[in-house]
Ligand binder design. Structure first.
Ligand code: SF4
Length: 317
């Protein structure tokens, strides 16, 4: 495996056939949301365990049919992102912050992803940046920009640095938050150039990793993330049935993250996108689990349990 993340991104399992070869299995089948698993992530999956919690996140469930019709609260676009987009590529739900769709690409395809049907072609923040900058300029109450996607770290170092520099020129923007799953699934994405960009910016920088299970915390990730000490490191997870819906797994994740200097921040309930019913943990079970977690862990290790409602609300449960 090369140290060059852009070369490694070509070493990716992208269909059922290559997955079945790699995992010596016949269980992968292609579905509408394409398979994408970087080899670095595939290699930390236990090939002998059909219930491996990392495998479950990336293997399409063919027993569940995707449909355009709403099935008991599930839909194509549960958060209705497009209703909160005053400008293409920019989501504005809360007064002080906006989210930019910085990239349509991800290093991995998480089969529970709520943006798996999102129209990225229509909403690219980079190509529409002049209009986005104008919108932010005339809204001085906005003090934070969040880069999301897709995965903003799928941009080249140069493009990302340019985007951050442009954002930093807007006087009322103080904080920049980057949401990424690349950091954990392809740790060599944390390049020296990226580290320089994040640590030398005048903006207060927050990197939010997306890790769902302690098994994802590889030694390569541990090595890479330590280099980002000095910026605020938070983690968000999605509560996924059969992956991390028990107290011991979530405790191990919080402890493992903290060892690496990352604070557990959010534990999201599943956003109900069609075809993901098998991942759903009920609100009641989630709340019970969270209560036990609060007893077992110090407060700073307990992520906030949150549920995104459509349109503009996030509920803390
Ligand atoms: S990395 Fe994030 S945006 Fe990409 S598929 Fe996974 S959850 Fe969705």
């Amino acid at each position: 495996m090369s140290n060059n993340w852009q070369q490694n991104s070509r070493h990716t399992l992208k269909d059922a056939s290559s997955c079945n070869d790699f995992f010596q299995s016949q269980k992968f089948q292609d579905k509408t949301f394409p398979i994408k698993i970087p080899l670095e992530f595939a290699k930390i999956i236990d090939k002998n365990n059909p219930h491996d919690p990392l495998l479950k996140q990336v293997m399409p469930n063919v027993a569940i049919k995707t449909t355009k019709q709403d099935i008991s609260g599930f839909s194509i676009s549960p958060l209705e992102d497009e209703k909160n987009m005053p400008v293409a590529g920019l989501i504005h739900k809360y007064p002080n912050r906006v989210l930019l769709i910085a990239s349509r690409v991800c290093a991995i395809h998480c089969q529970y992803c709520f943006r798996q049907n999102f129209n990225y072609g229509k909403h690219d923040a980079l190509s529409n940046y002049p209009a986005i900058a104008s919108y932010i300029q005339i809204n001085p109450q906005i003090n934070e920009v969040i880069l999301s996607g897709g995965d903003p770290l799928s941009l080249s170092d140069e493009k990302l640095a340019q985007l951050i520099q442009k954002i930093a020129k807007i006087p009322h923007i103080k904080n920049l938050r980057i949401h990424t799953r690349s950091a954990v699934v392809t740790p060599n994405r944390i390049t020296q150039k990226l580290i320089d960009t994040l640590t030398q910016s005048k903006l207060n920088m927050v990197l939010v990793t997306h890790v769902n299970h302690a098994n994802e915390l590889s030694s390569d990730f541990a090595h890479a993330i330590k280099k980002l000490n000095g910026i605020t490191l938070l983690n968000q997870s999605v509560l996924l049935k059969g992956v991390n819906d028990n107290v011991s797994t979530l405790s191990a994740l919080s402890m493992g993250l903290f060892e690496l200097g990352i604070l557990p921040y959010y534990l999201h309930l599943l956003d109900k996108v069609n075809g993901t019913q098998h991942f759903l943990v009920s609100d009641k079970n989630a709340q019970q689990l969270h209560k036990v977690l609060q007893k077992q862990l110090s407060g700073y290790l307990v992520p906030k349990l949150v549920k995104d409602e459509n349109l503009d609300s996030k509920t803390w449960l």
